[in-house]
Design a protein around this ligand. Structure first.
Ligand code: ADP
Length: 449
């Protein structure tokens, strides 16, 4: 911008200078022409008065000293006398402008350039009462000669003007740029800046504020995520520590011989259950961390038949449900969505598993697949223990359980619905939870088709 500004100021200075220069030259030329004409007029008047007193024969005796040429022309254009050329060389002058004007108006003038344009002849003609015309001519240099003669001083002037223009351009640019250079982009101030730039600076201020807020938000987000990660690590350690402590305790009393032979299988079963719980927990943690990785490209998406998928899950859970005397059913229409099959299986399996786990003996679990507007909907309802209203929002949080001991008893890890939530997000799907304590729960899953 700085160079551009300097360049433009310089060019403007030079244009103004050259135009004024040309104008002065033109005016000088006009002034000189006027002065020459006045001189010619004077001479013509002088000669005419001399003629009136002495007849024009005196001209023949007049020495031709100056560069003025005097010609006497008859009214028909015949040259009667010429101070410079012999009469036999001169043609009829009736076509000369100054002659024609003098004939018509009493006096006339004209200017003629010689072929080279370097010389100019100024003529003045005066009609005398004796019925002939006296013409005075003078050679003068044209404006170009003037220009060439003055070339070196002119070049010197042009050159100095150029240097002056450059200096002027530099200092003006510096002055113009000063408030702009002083502007601190990180801390802009719109008080000492040009009015034209105020909107720009204000925009800068607003943008800076936005960036500051965004940075603050990002930092807060970072802190929040850090806290969540720390909490998760603490939760995981705690969740793992409990079964490990039990296992260690059981092993210790068996090692020290405090357990009778017949009770050993009971203790071994406890150890087995605790390790199973730990395996489920580790599996769930692995699933969750894979989901939270954000790298969804590792999953292949394909067309999935939701009814078929739900029927398959119902079959897999049938035995488990039967043991708890719970009836599990599945019905609905065939709907295809584009999704990640293992993820969808995980989501629906977890919800159905919960519906069995948190149910009463003799209860039911119903799976319904249907289409609603632009969505495929899966409803999984049970008539189990339900979720109290105050806990409904939190059950999707990691390790959140309504009743911790009950969850552990039925083999829960507290991560199932967390996995569901992440899996649904991967499918841009929505989950709605409706539940009433001791009446039952219904989970509605909405998948865009
Ligand atoms: P968990 O492994 O403990 O089942 P989840 O994340 O799957 O963990 O569920 C969180 C909590 O939500 C459960 O501990 C349970 O208290 C409650 N919950 C989930 N599904 C149901 C349901 N169908 N009926 C009643 N409570 C449920």
């Amino acid at each position: 911008m700085r160079t551009e500004l300097t360049k433009r100021i310089f060019i403007a200075c030079m244009i103004v200078f050259l135009m004024s220069f040309g104008l002065v030259l033109y005016m000088l030329n006009s002034y000189l022409a006027k002065r020459n004409l006045a001189e010619l007029q004077d001479k013509a008047l002088y000669i005419s008065s001399m003629i009136e007193q002495n007849s024009w024969d005196f001209l023949k005796n007049m020495q031709n000293t100056s560069n003025t040429r005097t010609t006497i022309i008859a009214l028909d254009g015949t040259v009667l006398f010429d101070s410079m050329f012999p009469l036999e060389q001169l043609e009829n002058h009736s076509n000369r402008i100054e002659f024609q004007e003098a004939l018509q108006y009493g006096s006339g003038s004209s200017e003629r350039y010689s072929e080279s344009l370097l010389k100019k002849t100024a003529n003045y003609a005066l009609c005398l009462e004796d019925n002939y015309i006296i013409r005075v001519s003078m050679n003068q240099d044209s404006i170009w000669v003037l220009f060439i003669q003055m070339l070196s001083p002119m070049l010197a002037i042009i050159f100095s003007m150029m240097i002056l223009s450059i200096l002027l351009a530099f200092s003006s640019t510096k002055k113009i740029m000063l408030p702009i250079n002083k502007l601190d982009p990180e801390n802009p101030d719109d008080r000492n800046i040009y009015d034209e730039m105020k909107p720009f600076v204000r925009k800068l201020i607003v943008q800076n504020q936005q960036i500051y807020h965004q940075m603050e938000q990002l930092q807060n987000e970072h802190k929040k995520q850090d806290a969540i990660r720390r909490e998760f690590t603490a939760n995981v350690s705690h969740e793992l520590k409990t079964p490990l402590t039990s296992i260690s305790g059981f092993a210790e009393i068996i090692r020290d011989g405090y357990v009778q032979e017949k009770d050993i299988s009971h203790f071994a079963d406890n150890i087995y259950k605790e390790t199973q719980r730990m395996i489920s927990l580790v599996n769930d943690i692995l699933k969750l961390s894979k989901l939270e990785d954000g790298n969804i490209n590792i999953y292949e998406r394909e067309s999935v038949n939701l009814l078929e998928l739900c029927q398959n899950i119902q079959e897999r859970l049938a035995l488990h449900a039967e043991k708890k005397q719970i009836a599990i059913s599945c019905e609905g229409e065939t709907i295809f969505i584009i999704g990640i099959p293992i993820m969808l299986d995980e989501i629906i399996y977890n919800i159905c598993d919960n519906a069995i786990k948190y149910n009463f003996s003799g209860g039911y679990v119903k799976i319904l697949v249907k289409k609603q507007d632009t969505h495929a909907v899966i409803e999984i309802s049970d008539n189990g223990i339900g979720i109290p209203e105050k806990d409904q929002e939190r059950v999707f949080e990691r390790f959140y359980r309504v009743n911790k001991s009950h969850s552990k008893e039925v083999g829960g890890t507290g991560l199932g619905l967390s996995i569901v939530k992440h899996g649904m997000a991967l499918h841009h799907a929505k989950i709605i939870l409706e539940s009433q304590e001791n009446k039952g729960t219904c989970m509605k899953l909405y998948f865009p088709v």
